[in-house]
Structure formats: structure tokens, C-alpha cells
Design a protein around this ligand. Structure first.
Ligand SMILES: [Zn+2]
Length: 107
């Protein structure tokens, strides 16, 4: 398989996968040595879902709307996710973009 991003050859690798801040383990994947893009095999995706279901955290992600407060945009974090990450009001978090369409909130 060639990398869909840079089209270089990919190699088999065991890569860690996390769901929120919970590490689910290492899973078989194809990794690009050029751009470091990782693609999990279909079999691994099933194993990842299975593991997340076992831990009761599968399907926790959900849609949230962006609101507006003063000069800032605000995102309401659903209670289920806030509880899962043990987020509390007033707690400091670290927000950063990952790529162009992903927002990462780190606690
Ligand atoms: Zn690549």
C-alpha cells in the first residue's frame, strides 16, 4: 500500500491508539516513513472499536455547536465527555489545532 498523502511506500507497524486520554493499546497499521501518516488496517479498526466498547467509552463523541462570547468562540462540551475527561469549571486546558479540521483539547 502506498501512502494516500504523499504516495510513498508504507510499511507495517504497530502503532498506539488512544480514545480521549485512554490508551487502547498498540494495533497493526501501515505507517509512512516519509510523512509519518498512520493508517490502521480494517481489522485493527474493528479491534479498536471492540476494545473501546469493552471499556464503555465507544460512541462517546458527539456533535457540539460553536457559540460566541465576547471576542471568543465557545464550544459547549457535552457532559458525558466532560465527565469522562474529569473536566471542571475553571480548569485550565490546552487547545491546539491538529491539521486543518481537527481541534484537540488537552487536559
Ligand atoms: Zn506519506
Amino acid at each position: 500500500m502506498n501512502c494516500p498523502i504523499c504516495e510513498k511506500k508504507m510499511e507495517k507497524a504497530k502503532e498506539p491508539y488512544s480514545y480521549g486520554n485512554v490508551k487502547l493499546g498498540d494495533f497493526e497499521a501501515e505507517k509512512c516513513n516519509n510523512c509519518n501518516e498512520v493508517f490502521f488496517t480494517e481489522e485493527s479498526s474493528d479491534k479498536i472499536d471492540e476494545k473501546a466498547k469493552q471499556l464503555g467509552i465507544w460512541g462517546i463523541g458527539q456533535k457540539a455547536k460553536i457559540g460566541y462570547s465576547g471576542n471568543s468562540l465557545i464550544i459547549r462540551i457535552p457532559k458525558k465527555i466532560a465527565d469522562f475527561l474529569h473536566l471542571k469549571k475553571g480548569e485550565e486546558i490546552f487547545v491546539r489545532p491538529e491539521g486543518e479540521r481537527k481541534l484537540v483539547v488537552e487536559t
